[in-house]
Design a protein around this ligand. Structure first.
Ligand SMILES: Cc1cc2nc3c(=O)[nH]c(=O)nc-3n(C[C@H](O)[C@H](O)[C@H](O)COP(=O)(O)OP(=O)(O)OC[C@H]3O[C@@H](n4cnc5c(N)ncnc54)[C@H](O)[C@@H]3O)c2cc1C
Length: 386
């Protein structure tokens, strides 16, 4: 990924690569076929990641995490990207949003999440509010010191049934120079609280075995101590998470694209038609060449964003460029790989169709390609007053 590698980063890459290849690759086909990760496989990945110091490696050492920096996390996400989210998400990297916990919340949520005793969900999307986050209907109204939460969320994903969710809800309306705007607050809501129904949702054909949940809130009473960060500042919190999340998606896409390209290359070198390996036909060889060019460009874009983030100057548009380019690069490589495999590319006995299905999600979650382009367009036009 980076030609200026260090001994430390090589060691890190090799550790994660070995972990992914030995503990995850062998289970991919079974998990896809079953549509779930057998408990013992998930728990083994979880335990092994703790043993390797990879569990919660994204969070600071002061809270018990691995204390890895942005560049190291990008290398790790690239390796994890080579396998299914259903498996690699058992080696949890709890959301950095939990660093906003106050002293009491640290004991109840952050530290147990770092130790692997609790799992969280990040709950923003709703049935009628996907790309249009401000269309959210989930709301919390004040009742004395408490808040009463109502509404629902869907497509909220995780490897297994969670212990709590970070739920975004409208808690009022602010007057701004651009007109009225919903105040959004993040709440920590425990699974099992009265009025909170958390159940498995519709099954997704990308990353089969990675679960999505539906969350329903019916007059859930929350004390002020359940607010994460400040009241009315929930979107700023989530914005911070989504920005870095888009870089991790970019790195993930590069890892997956590399694996797909390797499989397509092997096939193009060995499958013969008209007495020759199909890779020698320009139409096939050029697909491999274009894939290699685009993967190189995507890796460079990730590296550039990582450098900006490390300097504290990464903008929303920088993150959006990474997300849209890497996800579309992966989509093209996966589709070209199916073409190179011909009919075999669509057969269940071959892994290519699974990678093709898995790749499709990357253009949708964490903000669709269209929404990323909106963010980039806004950054171009806004300085001109448009
Ligand atoms: C497997 C999976 C896991 C997920 N995990 C989570 C999670 O953990 N937490 C969470 O909060 N969310 C999660 N999501 C939700 C995900 O982020 C949303 O699906 C995504 O943001 C798109 O929202 P939507 O599906 O409602 O599509 P819609 O917003 O309905 O969009 C449909 C289409 O319309 C286009 N569109 C919408 N508005 C515009 C516009 N203004 N201009 C141009 N085009 C537009 C979109 O780009 C898209 O092509 C997950 C989704 C999936 C599928």
């Amino acid at each position: 990924m980076n030609i200026e590698t260090s001994v430390e980063s090589d060691l890190l890459i090799n550790t994660v690569r070995r972990f992914v290849e030995t503990e995850m690759f062998p289970h991919e086909e079974e998990v896809d076929r079953l549509g779930h990760v057998p408990e013992e496989i998930g728990r083994r990945i979880e335990a092994k990641s703790k043993e390797l110091g990879l569990y919660a490696c994204n969070l600071p050492e002061e809270v018990g995490g691995g204390g890895l920096g942005i560049a190291q996390m990008a290398l790790i996400e690239r390796e994890y990207g080579k396998t299914s989210h259903a498996l690699q998400s058992w080696a949890a990297r709890p959301t950095e949003l939990l660093m906003a916990c106050d002293a009491e919340q640290r004991e109840r949520y952050l530290l147990p999440a770092v130790r692997g005793e609790k799992r969280e969900l990040f709950a923003l999307t709703e049935p009628d509010a996907g790309s249009d986050v401000m269309g959210m209907k989930t709301n919390a109204r004040q009742d004395g010191e408490d808040w009463i939460l109502n509404g629902s969320k869907h497509f909220i994903s995780g490897p297994c049934m969670p212990d709590f969710a970070i739920v975004f809800a409208a808690t009022g309306v602010d007057e701004t120079p651009r007109g009225p705007r919903k105040r959004v607050t993040a709440f920590l809501v425990d699974v099992g609280m009265a009025g909170f129904d958390c159940r498995e949702g519709t099954r997704c054909v990308s990353y089969r075995g990675y679960k999505t949940f539906e969350l329903h809130f019916d007059n859930v009473r929350l004390g002020p101590e359940q607010i994460l960060g400040e009241e009315g500042r929930g979107l700023e919190l989530s914005g911070k998470w989504l920005g870095m999340g888009r870089i991790w998606v970019g790195a993930t896409c590069c890892g997956k694209a590399e694996r797909i390209l390797n499989m397509a290359t092997d096939w193009a070198a060995t499958r013969k038609q008209f007495g020759k390996p199909i890779g020698t036909f320009q139409a096939t060889g050029f697909r491999l060449a274009d894939g290699a060019i685009n993967l190189r460009a995507a890796d460079l874009l990730v590296n550039d964003a990582v450098a900006r983030a490390e300097k504290g100057v990464m903008s929303d548009a920088d993150a959006a460029m990474v997300k849209v380019f890497c996800a579309e690069m992966l989509g093209k490589i996966a589709d070209d790989a199916v073409q190179i495999f011909g009919g075999m590319g669509l057969m269940e006995e071959m892994p290519i169709q699974r990678f093709w299905r898995d790749s499709r999600l990357e253009r949708i979650w964490d903000g669709t390609s269209e929404i990323q382009r909106h963010i980039i367009t806004r950054s171009i036009l806004r300085p001109l007053g448009v």
